[in-house]
Design a protein around this ligand. Structure first.
Ligand code: GLA
Length: 347
């Protein structure tokens, strides 16, 4: 069902935003660190129209129509994200009286590929056009994060919304989450970003994510720094008690890996970049302890099948693996992985 069939009126604006995978810089964005995500070729498209005092939305993907008044609390469904962005705009003083949306998404849900950030950013960009709001893409990302953290109630960093709002196809978004300075860097020629999804879901992700955030905050407090971004010397973390030493080692090392990864991108060196991705995964698995045995096995299989590098992407505790694969080997790579993991979805 299209917008007109659902609402009986024509849409007045539309926008789209992609899902993302993160190539390097995992669990650094809530400690003011560096990240390097890239947008996926899967989009969420939103059409929008005016409504008074309420938010209404039809999801073509879920085949669900939902509507609630503006002041409603979140209820754990997809409408929360749309109520959230309208709430965030109104909080920021933008005159949005209500809205209706039609949502069509290709971004896989529940795989750690930021389908929620794609929805928030697409909806905000559609509202920006509809109500002629003077918002930059950076402000859109910040409002999307505000909606997710303060309205929906998920304590995320800024990476996903920045990737959805400012990412460019075929490029990695090098973002300093402290200053929000950012640059889109081309991926090396002749490589393909391949996403491997075992359909593990992310059941414990939210509790585990919040626990890691607290551990990182505690490590920063004990080291006497504003955030772990300010620790440049890896030796300093050895003074911390376990497991804070391991958590801090991951974050400090991961920031260095992003900076080295940026150098590798500038040189167009996929080998060096891939090695950093694999190091990132090992650190996420051994020091940050957010991997699962299935993800570790998948990373090893991806390397054996010819990837330059591979790692889990996003928060971990499930979700997908991202691999960097030489263009000419993609078919063999896919065949080898399907043979080892028949239930694997390759994106
Ligand atoms: C989730 C969060 C991001 C980031 C990653 C881990 O995707 O939404 O802000 O913290 O986990 O790198």
């Amino acid at each position: 069902m299209g917008f007109k069939e659902v609402f009986g009126t024509l849409p007045e604006a539309s926008a789209q935003a992609p899902g993302r995978v993160n190539l390097l810089g995992e669990h650094t964005d809530y400690q003011e660190g560096y990240v390097l995500p890239t947008p996926l070729p899967y989009l969420t498209r939103v059409e929008a129209g005016r409504a008074e005092g309420r938010v209404e939305a039809y999801s073509e993907t879920l085949r669900e129509l939902r509507a609630r008044p503006l002041e409603s609390p979140p209820q754990g469904d997809f409408l929360d994200y749309l109520l959230g962005v309208v709430w965030a705009l109104r909080e920021a003083g933008h005159p949005v009286p209500g809205a209706r949306f039609h949502v069509r998404s290709e971004v896989p849900m529940g795989a750690g590929l930021s389908s929620s950030a794609a929805l928030e950013v697409a909806a905000l960009k559609a509202l920006r056009t509809l109500f002629r709001l003077p918002l930059s893409d950076l402000e859109v990302a910040l409002l999307a994060q505000k909606a997710e953290v303060e309205y929906v109630g998920v304590r995320c960093g800024i990476m996903d919304q920045m990737a959805a709002s400012l990412g460019e196809a075929g490029k990695a978004l090098f973002l300093d989450t402290r200053t929000l300075a950012h640059e889109n860097l081309p991926l090396p020629p002749g490589v393909r970003v391949v996403v491997l999804d075992l359909g593990l879901g992310r059941r414990l992700a939210e509790a585990g994510y919040n626990e890691r955030r607290q551990e990182a905050e505690e490590a920063a407090r004990r080291l006497g720094v504003r955030s772990l971004r300010d620790v440049a010397d890896l030796c300093l973390v050895e003074s911390l008690p376990s497991p804070l030493d391991k958590r801090a080692r991951h974050i400090v090392g991961e920031n260095l890996r992003v900076l080295r990864g940026v150098e590798a991108l500038r040189k167009g060196d996929p080998q060096a970049f891939g090695e950093l991705m694999t190091q990132s995964h090992r650190s996420l698995s051994q020091d940050y302890e957010v991997s699962l045995p299935e993800l570790d096995a998948l990373v090893e299989a991806a390397l054996e099948a010819g990837a330059y590098g591979a790692k889990l992407t996003g928060a971990g505790f499930g979700g997908a693996v991202v691999a960097l694969v030489p263009e000419g080997r993609v078919e063999d790579f896919q065949r080898a992985l399907h043979a080892g993991f028949p239930q694997l979805r390759i994106l």
